[in-house]
Write a protein that binds this ligand. Structure first.
Ligand code: ADP
Length: 244
């Protein structure tokens, strides 16, 4: 079953640890332009869904990226299919400059695009990413001395130069102050215009401000899905949040 124009289509995704179904039959369809928040109580299965999409844990069901099957494809090849993620703790090369980090990521990008880019415009891609993430003035700065928020933006930039069309971000604003949160939200809105961004998040205020759609997980299943207003009005959602 293929939905037209879906970047990522997840069907009946199930992840089992021993006998325990951490993810239990999850369906998820993500379109270009989605800034999708994945929320739910601790242990709901949010991180495991992201791990299954990126190949860190084995899963059953099906995942399609632009119509191509994803399950069974090795983790590093999923990055080449345009699926990228960040972790809660930004993983950048601390001893390299901001620009060098982006350049390395650009080299690790998707096969054909990377080849084309070697000939023309890998530098341009890096310059464009620097502008998008707002770190142009820090291009020659060692990544290790960046502020926490700036490291997160650099990591997002590294996904941009890899042409990740599906970006999965694990609590991107954890540990950020109000101004950095606002800047991050606006960055994600810009980025999501021509791709799909999935944000695993605990911060409800951040979700209210920036989500276009929300999927609520509870006990490994999709409890509700919709706009922020729809989610907030849903008594089942109120129940799981009051119950924790
Ligand atoms: P969330 O991100 O929503 O907090 P997780 O996806 O981290 O939830 O976890 C979902 C459930 O799966 C939890 O009950 C957790 O304890 C369990 N779990 C996650 N990873 C493993 C693992 N590697 N082995 C066993 N159980 C796990």
């Amino acid at each position: 079953v293929q939905s037209d124009g879906a970047y990522l289509q997840v069907r009946d995704l199930t992840v089992t640890f021993d006998e325990f179904r951490a993810v239990d039959g999850v369906d998820l369809t993500l379109y270009q332009g989605d800034l999708r928040f994945l929320i739910g109580p601790n242990g709901a299965g949010k991180t495991t869904v992201v791990d299954a999409i990126t190949g860190l844990v084995p899963a059953t069901g099906s995942i399609d990226k632009s119509g191509q099957p994803v399950l069974g494809v090795k983790t590093h090849k999923r990055a080449r299919m345009g699926i990228g993620r960040t972790f809660q703790t930004a993983s950048v090369f601390e001893d390299l400059t901001v620009e060098q980090n982006l350049d390395i990521a650009a080299g690790a990008g998707r096969g054909l695009l990377t080849l084309l880019r070697r000939r023309k415009g890998r530098e341009a891609a890096v310059a464009e990413a620097l502008e998008t993430i707002g770190l142009e003035d820090l291009a020659q700065t060692r990544a290790g001395v960046l502020a926490h928020g700036q490291k997160q933006w650099l990591e997002i930039g590294m996904l941009l130069v890899q042409d990740a069309e599906v970006m999965l971000l694990d609590e991107p604003v954890a540990g950020m102050g109000a101004e950095e949160r606002q800047a991050t939200g606006e960055l994600l809105q810009r980025i999501a215009k021509d791709r799909t961004v999935v944000v695993v998040e605990h911060d409800m205020e951040f979700m209210r401000a920036f989500a276009t759609t929300v999927t609520v997980l509870a006990a490994g299943k999709v409890l509700a899905e919709g706009t922020v207003a729809e989610i907030q009005a849903d008594p089942r959602v109120q129940e799981v949040y009051l119950g924790t």
